[in-house]
Design a protein around this ligand. Structure first.
Ligand SMILES: Nc1nc2c(ncn2[C@@H]2O[C@H](COP(=O)(O)OP(=O)(O)O)[C@@H](O)[C@H]2O)c(=O)[nH]1
Ligand SMILES: [Mg+2]
Length: 246
């Protein structure tokens, strides 16, 4: 088993903790969504992963263009403009590795970023941009379904939802596809900094109900602006990368 180096907190202070025993999330129960750890409230968790390197590797339309080294992959999905690039950049502590809001809906390729020479972050093409022509949507469907259905190194999909809005039909279809493909899924609610306390609690409760998360199902409010939620997201990612049977 690999041990992973964490920074102590989101403002890395030079102290490093090494966990020989990574935290465990139960994804073995046959449920789609990642389940929280018992007795551990969000905010009490280890810090974010120390990023030694993060590099763009390639963009792919077809499976023969994916990396072939078998390193594990964490993919990010969500409608365009939900904050996917921002979240990936924030997790990797890079300003502009994954491009933020260029032309929405333009990127139809699956983009691979290698992290710490150990695993990949995979930027899945955003969906739900109205102005995209039909042919491009068909490409999107083909590319997405090819990746999700057949990708062995894929350990987790981080599914982004905008905390300010109800999930769209496309979000619901995306989550149904993940369920159909039996891919462990972490729900993340983005742009938490844009909401006041009451609205935020109400919207989280709505999402929990909408996706039937029960008591222990995890949905993590995040902000790429303030760094909220990022340690917990890293904690789940780390667990899926290095302590799951493959
Ligand atoms: N306030 C706030 N704005 C965000 C956050 N995440 C993304 N944004 C903004 O939302 C817009 C879309 O973000 P982007 O990361 O490009 O979305 P993507 O299309 O899903 O990759 C940009 O203007 C970002 O600055 C966040 O956590 N808080
Ligand atoms: Mg983007």
């Amino acid at each position: 088993m690999m041990s992973t180096v964490f920074a102590q907190d989101s403002d890395f202070d030079g102290q490093i903790r090494v966990y020989s025993q990574p935290p465990t999330y139960s994804k073995t129960s046959g449920r789609l969504f990642i389940v929280g750890k018992k007795g551990q409230a969000p905010g009490m968790l280890p810090g974010i992963m120390k990023i030694q390197s993060a590099e763009y590797v390639c963009s792919a339309m077809r499976p023969d263009q994916y990396p072939r080294d078998g390193k594990p992959e964490i993919a990010f999905a969500g409608r365009s403009n939900v904050g996917k690039s921002s979240l990936m950049n924030a997790l990797l502590r890079r300003k502009n590795l994954a491009k933020t809001s260029g032309t929405p809906g333009k990127t139809q390729t699956i983009n691979f970023f290698e992290v710490n020479r150990a695993f990949y972050f995979v930027d899945l093409p955003g969906y739900g941009y109205a102005k995209v022509p039909k042919a491009v949507k068909a490409n999107w469907n083909a590319a997405m379904s090819a990746y999700l259905r057949g990708r062995k190194p894929l350990k987790l999909v981080v599914q982004l939802l905008d905390l300010r809005h109800d999930p769209s039909d496309k979000d619901i279809a995306m989550i149904a596809l993940l369920a159909e493909c039996k891919i462990p899924t972490l729900l993340v609610a983005t742009k938490a900094d844009k909401l006041g306390r009451g609205e935020r609690a109400a919207n989280l409760a709505k999402l929990r109900k909408r996706f039937d998360l029960g008591e222990d199902g995890l949905i993590i409010p995040t902000s790429a602006e303030t760094g909220e939620g990022l340690p917990l997201v890293w904690d789940v990612i780390d667990d899926c990368l290095f302590s799951s049977p493959s």
